[in-house]
Design a protein around this ligand. Structure first.
Ligand code: HPA
Ligand code: MG
Length: 212
């Protein structure tokens, strides 16, 4: 396994928080089990990732590539923190952005088939929401090779501990999480729950209600 910087490890025993302790959109009230990673914690961790990325990438021009749709919140917040560092420190990184869309999930299962849409300026990479098995990421990296990038670095907000993992580990990781299906902060279940700030565990009611 490649070396990567340490991350926040969420244990298998972590129960998260009662929904009533946080603000949840009313339309999802019965579709969620628990708040798993509150929005504020996501932002605080992302702020630190921005610093690590700056430290490692300082001096290079980077093309920040967002893997849509699930990565859009993480990408936007991560870039905001990098931009703040660029404004306020001696060193700054020139950045351009690009977007690519990948789709491989139906309900809470991978279909095994990966659809790639978009992306025209592929030379360096960051910004995926979640690395589950790592299969999608491996496929994407293979695809990026065709563009002969000088360097490719991957930042993922979440990495799952799962026996289905192909052993892929990104360069920058926000949280290592148990093998549960999570939603919110742009992560979806059949396109639902992207409009939720916190990362939450979906309930059986939710799974049934939004089943494809
Ligand atoms: N949530 C949402 N999308 C996903 C997940 C998950 O836990 N794993 C892979 N894609
Ligand atoms: Mg999805």
């Amino acid at each position: 396994m490649a070396t990567s910087s340490p991350c926040v490890v969420i244990s298998d025993e972590e129960q998260g928080y009662d929904l009533d302790l946080f603000c949840i959109p009313k339309h999802y009230a019965s579709d969620l089990e628990r708040v798993y990673i509150p929005h504020g914690l996501i932002l605080d961790r992302t702020e630190r990732l921005a610093r690590e990325i700056m430290r490692e990438m300082g001096g290079h021009h980077i093309v920040a590539l967002c893997v849509l749709k699930g990565g859009y919140k993480f990408f936007a917040d991560l870039l905001d923190y990098i931009k703040a560092l660029n404004r306020n420190s001696d060193r700054s990184i020139p950045m351009t952005v690009d977007f690519i869309r990948l789709k491989s999930y139906c309900n809470d299962q991978s279909t095994g088939e990966i659809k790639v849409i978009g992306g025209d300026d592929l030379s360096t990479l960051t910004g995926k929401d979640i690395i589950d098995t790592g299969k999608t990421m491996k496929t994407l990296l293979q695809l990026l090779k065709q563009y002969n990038p000088k360097m490719v670095k991957v930042a993922s907000l979440l990495v799952k501990r799962t026996p289905r993992s192909v052993g892929y580990r990104p360069d920058f990781v926000g949280f290592e999480v148990p093998d549960k299906f999570v939603v919110g902060y742009a992560l979806d279940y059949n396109e639902y729950f992207r409009d939720l700030n916190h990362i939450c565990v979906i309930s059986e009611t939710g799974k049934e209600k939004y089943k494809a």
